[in-house]
Design a protein around this ligand. Structure first.
Ligand code: AGP
Length: 623
């Protein structure tokens, strides 16, 4: 939800902090701030409401001294409006010698604040974070040792937090703690880094460590110590970041979203790489975390996710049930967690999350594990909390997705879902319970291998989608219809438009229209329809054509997304955006792309910020 950076070392701390915040800005951008300790030991802070550029202007107007230790924060407001005063860092102690930044929510901040107020502490903000700053400063004044004071206070905090602290009386150390919020360490040579994710420091080092739940980091230029909240020393594993800083920069594109739409052939291909052999067979070594006994015992799959990731689950459901004949239910994480669901040791939980830090999804998987279920996650962020808490992980290799509106992560998630469906079907066959002929499985695998090239073809044919987006910049409402695997894509197309253009957009199952939503249709109402392939024997194509006729009869303006060679649809739609033919169940990977481009162009035509839409953050790390 917020972006956090920490640094200690010989470089210009301000450059490291601002560079990291720039790369983390997608995590939250309603205010930003930095604190540094100059070599004389004097703590200095600058913070400003608004985007990072406002902070940079503030620093240009009021320069900071050169420093070699500091912390930086870019905020997505939870407690307190996005003002200068509520921006992080927050200062602690009567002489403001301590600086703190925080990502998350301290749920018991009110009682802690009352305790401080009773002692006469004066607060400069309405935030829960400032409470922690004063508590640590007060404890440090008592014990004189920052790690001791820090550990004592973080043990009192409830909720979700990543906290970083520096103190001018101990100017060589950055302290950090994490509970239910992300934190990674970057290991340098004579320098070390902290960040909400590796984007904070990847331009300086690719050596990283994920900090575990309830752990404290004592970070110096030449040493990194990790302890539990109870003081036991921890020796976490190091990993190497598999992408570089350029991957997290725009690379000449007008926006991160435009770049990431264009990244999709590579994202899909990289997600298939090493997992789908040239003969069409599927190899998922990642599933070794789940024994074959586990797999054989699965009698139900529950997929948990939020937002766009949940639509990837909806598509995967069709494939897993069709290929492996295992019942799948898709649940919104935040609903699943609190409806007292039925979960048994024979339930496989599949959690899908680009960031791997979505608190709703983390809470859902933790709940399911308590009920004895195994958890497989499909995640795009190496070392993310969800990945570390899962029994097995299938990483999507989409590279860093910076734009808040998810695009390449979705097509990579759907690709991973197809791989899982084929792998499960293979597993059933290996257990003597074949659900689909081996030749058919191989044909599907070979078809899936062709999808990255077909994604490239879709990208080459987006002119009409872009033109329609521009032309409809003043639309007040757009409806989306889809059927079967097209239905989740209709939902996703609507979500993209809501997120990016801030207008009413709604996705429906096409068959549901006459059960109520058709009342929405009036003269000129734009409706985008995902038309299924007409090549399948049980094709739903005729039914969707009927749906199009029903809405045209009531004045709708119909834009169809259909497969090449569909010569019927043009008779019923004002515009047709064609995508290459593929297996119908793989078609969402292709049909979603014109909807992404449409939403991007419509939002751009309205002069909106496509990478950082209002009110949103890239990763929602609070429930
Ligand atoms: C999608 O465009 C949104 N950014 C949002 O719905 C997102 O997909 C959702 O918050 C889940 O995020 P995750 O994949 O990181 O868990």
């Amino acid at each position: 939800m917020c972006g956090i950076v920490g640094y200690v070392g010989p470089k210009s701390t301000l450059e490291v902090l601002l560079g990291g915040l720039r790369r983390l800005e997608y995590r939250g951008y309603d205010s930003a701030g930095v604190s540094v300790i100059a070599p004389g030991g004097h703590l200095e802070t600058r913070k400003k409401a608004g985007k990072l550029d406002n902070l940079i202007a503030e620093i240009q107007a009021n320069p900071l001294e050169q420093a070699h230790i500091g912390i930086g924060h870019t905020r997505w407001a939870t407690h307190g409006a996005p003002t200068d005063g509520n921006a992080h860092p927050h200062l602690g102690g009567p002489e403001s010698k301590l600086s703190l930044i925080h990502n998350g929510i301290i749920e018991n901040f009110a009682e802690l604040k009352a305790e401080l107020l009773a002692e006469g502490t004066r607060f400069a903000s309405q935030t829960d974070s400032e409470v922690a700053a004063h508590l640590i400063a007060r404890e440090f004044a008592k014990v004189g040792d920052l790690p001791t004071a820090f550990a004592k206070v973080v043990n009192r905090l409830h909720g979700a937090f990543t906290i970083l602290v520096i103190h001018e009386e101990q100017p060589d150390v950055v302290l950090a703690a994490r509970r239910n919020a992300p934190l990674v360490i970057g290991l340098g040579d004579g320098e070390n880094f902290l960040g909400s994710d590796v984007a904070a420091f990847v331009e300086h080092t690719k050596r990283a460590i994920s900090v575990g739940q309830d752990e404290i980091v004592i970070l110096r230029a030449d040493s990194v110590e990790v302890r539990t909240f109870n003081g036991e020393v921890v020796h976490p594993d190091e990993f190497t970041v598999d992408w570089d800083a350029s991957a997290a920069s725009k690379g000449g594109w007008s926006s991160f979203m435009a770049k990431e739409i264009a990244d999709q052939p590579q994202a899909v291909a990289d997600t298939l790489m090493g997992r789908l052999e040239s003969d069409g067979s599927v190899k998922l070594d990642e599933m070794d975390g789940l024994s074959i006994a586990d797999i054989g015992a699965i009698d139900r799959i529950v997929m948990v996710a939020c937002g766009t990731a949940s639509y990837a689950c909806d598509v995967a459901k069709y494939a897993i049930e069709k290929f492996a004949r295992i019942p799948v239910q898709v649940e919104l994480s935040h609903e699943f967690r609190y409806r007292d669901p039925i979960v048994t040791p024979n339930t496989l939980i599949v959690a899908v999350s680009q960031s791997g830090e979505t608190m709703d999804t983390l809470m859902a998987t933790r709940f399911a594990k308590e009920q004895g279920a195994k958890v497989l996650s499909i995640c795009n962020t190496q070392g993310a909390t969800l990945a570390r808490e899962s029994d097995a992980v299938i990483y999507t290799h989409a590279g860093p997705e910076v734009a808040v509106a998810s695009t390449k992560a979705l097509t990579a998630q759907i690709t991973a879902g197809m791989l899982l469906a084929l792998w499960l079907a293979n597993g059933r066959a290996a257990a003597g319970r074949a659900t689909i002929p081996a030749a058919e499985l191989q044909r599907l695998g070979l078809e899936l291998l062709k999808v990255p090239a077909k994604v490239s073809e879709v990208l080459d044919g987006l002119d009409l989608a872009r033109k329609l987006g521009k032309d409809m910049a003043n639309a007040k409402s757009v409806l989306f219809l889809g059927r079967n695997v097209g239905f989740p894509i209709a939902m996703e197309g609507a979500l993209k438009l809501k997120e990016l253009a801030y207008i009413h957009a709604e996705g429906f199952a096409a068959g549901e229209l006459k059960h109520g939503p058709i009342a929405l249709i009036e003269e000129g109402q734009p409706v985008i329809v995902i038309v299924p392939s007409l090549r399948d024997e049980e094709s739903l194509h005729p039914k969707v054509i009927s749906n199009i006729q029903e809405i045209k009869a009531r004045g709708a303006r119909v834009i169809a997304v259909a497969e090449e060679g569909d010569h019927q649809v043009a008779d019923y739609a004002e515009h047709v955006i064609f995508v290459p033919q593929t297996e119908n169940i793989f078609s969402p990977i292709l049909t979603v792309i014109p909807l992404q481009a449409f939403a991007l162009e419509l939002s751009t035509a309205k002069g909106l910020d496509v990478d950082q839409p209002r009110n949103l953050a890239k990763s929602v790390t609070v429930e």
